[in-house]
Design a protein around this ligand. Structure first.
Ligand SMILES: *Cc1c(COP(=O)(O)O)cnc(C)c1O
Length: 230
């Protein structure tokens, strides 16, 4: 399938989810996750107007950026980042979706020369040990501790749903993230406006949108997966 064909289907599903939940599709930004595909497919995506691109690793990000030069592209890093790799990505990304520890925040803050990096705090609400992210009970103190980092702007919260067919369980996790977002947003902190929700991937983005996602991160269903041949 071409990216254009996939995008048409994804857009229809977004519209359906928005209709169901009384939202407007303009509130939802689609991020094309390109980690499973090569440069040609990324070019195709950009040609379809997909200008929010994401990689989950530093290496993939730099590879795509060295091949694709287009000032319209908004680059997202969606995977966790080792502290020693911070210096390689600072200045190259517009959004970082996986802020999950103070040491990482400190290193980012040290390396950013000017301006603010838009960050999502990654949360683990499913309790799965394999997942990154902070727990719900740690959120407020984590937010408090970020106040000293003048180059970090907490724009929202991010999570990955549990790997399950149980859609109600997935929905509960997304709803939980929204409630956490609302709680922080209501504190009206200038360094942490926390208005956004980064949640929903190929298999669960409709549920995420019904529960309030403002950014969905879609790889396989949009650009495909060249390793799996889809
Ligand atoms: C890979 C990845 C995605 C996209 O996954 P698909 O199932 O291919 O849509 C979204 N978010 C994160 C953090 C990822 O690592």
């Amino acid at each position: 399938m071409t990216v254009a064909e996939n995008l048409r289907i994804v857009n229809e599903k977004i519209q359906e989810a928005c209709r169901k939940s009384g939202r407007s599709p303009e509130e939802v930004t689609v991020i094309a996750v390109t980690k499973y595909v090569g440069i040609e497919r990324v070019r195709e995506a950009v040609g379809c107007g997909l200008l929010n691109l994401a990689e989950n690793r530093k290496e993939g990000l730099l590879e795509k950026q060295s091949a694709i030069h287009d000032d319209r592209i908004v680059w997202h890093l969606i995977g966790t980042l080792q502290t020693r790799k911070v210096k390689d990505v600072v200045g190259r990304i517009d959004y970082f979706h996986a802020l999950d520890r103070l040491k990482l925040a400190a290193e980012l803050n040290k390396r950013i020369e000017s301006g603010k990096l838009k960050c999502f705090i990654e949360m683990n609400l499913s309790g799965e040990e394999s997942k990154h992210g902070i727990g719900e009970d740690e959120l407020d103190s984590f937010i408090n501790e970020l106040r000293v980092f003048e180059h970090i702007q907490v724009v929202g919260l991010m999570t990955m749903a549990p790997n399950t067919e149980d859609t109600e369980r997935i929905r509960t996790v997304f709803r939980g993230l929204r409630l956490c977002r609302d709680r922080i947003r209501n504190r009206c902190l200038d360094y942490a406006p926390c208005t956004e929700l980064s949640m929903g991937m190929s298999h669960d983005f409709q549920i995420a949108i019904e529960e309030g996602a403002t950014f969905v991160r879609i790889g396989t269903s949009l650009v495909g997966n060249e390793w799996k041949g889809s």
